[in-house]
Design a protein around this ligand. Structure first.
Ligand code: SF4
Ligand code: SF4
Length: 392
């Protein structure tokens, strides 16, 4: 018995008409939009609006995808809303909407933009790894008859990938998100938290924008890559499994997907999924780079505890780029940043390596630095991988 369907369509440009047609084709095997949207529905689109950057930077869901989905839902008789809560919005919602192209997508499709920061919130309690947690979720999520998750295909310094599961973290409004990095500083702990949270926040449909994505130092400072694919499924777990297959990642090495298995949530692998549309083998891409820090999750916990001083990673300033805006200081959950004459300065003792500062820096003035030993470990892994590739 299959555990869901993954629909795939090739789409290589953000030409509005092509994207609209590709999404119609993508949804057809799932029953078309009418299987999800009834006339009069209130539909919330949840794209990824991580940073105040232009769509070409591939840090955010492309407005052409948002516009196409919004149009299709409006045509089915829904009232459509678009909303997200970036970690560093700091009262600049309009600036984010303009720069990311979300404002134009809303205007062109007849959708309305929502600012999660200013609306009501609902208190949600859930259990994660034996800990009772309390989060605030935007009330807009609960007011919608249907939530459509619109993630971007990107890497993440802490969780390795930021796809469909991680995108739901943005339903928590405001700076509170940074506090969760402090509560769960390690990649596996944080991934478990994100997965347990996503499990509490079901969405009716997920459509991933993988026309252009980001690898390397994601989710904000990586390299733009062009997988040329759109994916749709009812489960975010199915989408992230498809993402892994397309970029050549083993889902077993993605802590969020391991957690899904532990929760018995969704399919354990693509073998349990019916794949429709474009054959997935024709969509795979080579040389997709995964952030190095994520390799920390492969180092055994006892070794990390024992050798914390030897294996570390943290932010480093590129002083020539820093404009001293102070956004990194404001978001830092560990109060590890001061802004001096020469720019941002990091206190390595209090830094928990969450890289929120890197995500919010508007000019990419922060990069990741690692200890020499961790750097060596990365190099060895790189050499090993190259040897394996040559053998293949
Ligand atoms: S590092 Fe980036 S976010 Fe921090 S003060 Fe400099 S420019 Fe602003
Ligand atoms: S300095 Fe940057 S990486 Fe370190 S805790 Fe603060 S936000 Fe996170």
């Amino acid at each position: 018995m299959t555990k869901g369907t993954l629909s795939l369509q090739r789409c290589e440009t953000y030409d509005q008409k092509l994207v609209y047609n590709a999404i119609q084709k993508l949804l057809a095997p799932l029953g078309g939009i009418k299987a999800f949207v009834k006339p009069g529905y209130r539909v919330l689109l949840k794209p990824n609006m991580l940073s105040c950057k232009e769509p070409e930077k591939a840090a955010t869901t492309h407005p052409a995808v948002i516009e196409a989905v919004a149009r299709i839902c409006c045509e089915a008789g829904a009232t459509v809303f678009i909303g997200d809560s970036p970690p560093a919005i700091f009262g600049r919602a309009e600036e984010f909407w303009d720069k990311t192209g979300f404002a134009a997508a809303a205007a062109n499709s007849g959708a309305q933009l929502l600012n999660f920061e200013s609306g009501d919130k609902k208190l949600v309690r859930f259990n994660s790894n034996g800990r009772q947690l309390t989060v605030y979720v935007t009330q807009h999520y609960y007011e919608a008859d249907l939530v459509i998750n619109l993630p971007k295909m990107k890497t993440h310094n802490l969780t390795r990938i930021t796809g469909a599961l991680k995108n739901l973290f943005g339903l928590l409004p405001g700076l509170a998100k940074a506090q969760w990095h402090k509560a769960f500083p390690r990649p596996v702990e944080f991934s478990d938290f994100i997965t347990d949270l996503a499990h509490q926040l079901p969405c009716g449909l997920t459509i991933m924008d993988g026309i252009e994505g980001m690898d390397g130092q994601g989710p904000a400072g990586g390299r733009v890559v062009k997988p040329g694919v759109l994916m749709a499924a009812t489960s975010p777990v199915t989408i992230d499994l498809g993402f892994c297959k397309i970029v050549g990642l083993n889902p077993e090495e993605i802590p969020m997907l391991r957690r899904c298995q532990a929760l018995n949530w969704g399919a354990a692998s693509l073998d349990q999924i019916e794949i429709v549309g474009e054959p997935i083998e024709t969509l795979t891409i080579r040389d997709f780079r995964v952030p190095r820090l994520a390799t920390m999750s492969l180092v055994p916990e006892w070794l990390i505890n024992l050798a914390r001083k030897l294996f570390w990673a943290g932010p480093r300033l590129l002083p020539d780029l820093c404009i001293k805006c102070g956004r990194c200081k404001k978001i830092c959950p560990a109060a590890a940043i001061v802004i001096s004459e020469s720019g941002a300065e990091f206190n390595r003792k209090s830094c928990i390596a969450c890289f929120c500062c890197m995500e919010v820096c508007p000019v990419d003035a922060i990069e990741m630095k690692t200890s020499s030993l961790l750097g060596l470990l990365f190099k060895l892994r790189g050499i090993k991988r190259n040897i394996r590739k040559r053998k293949n």
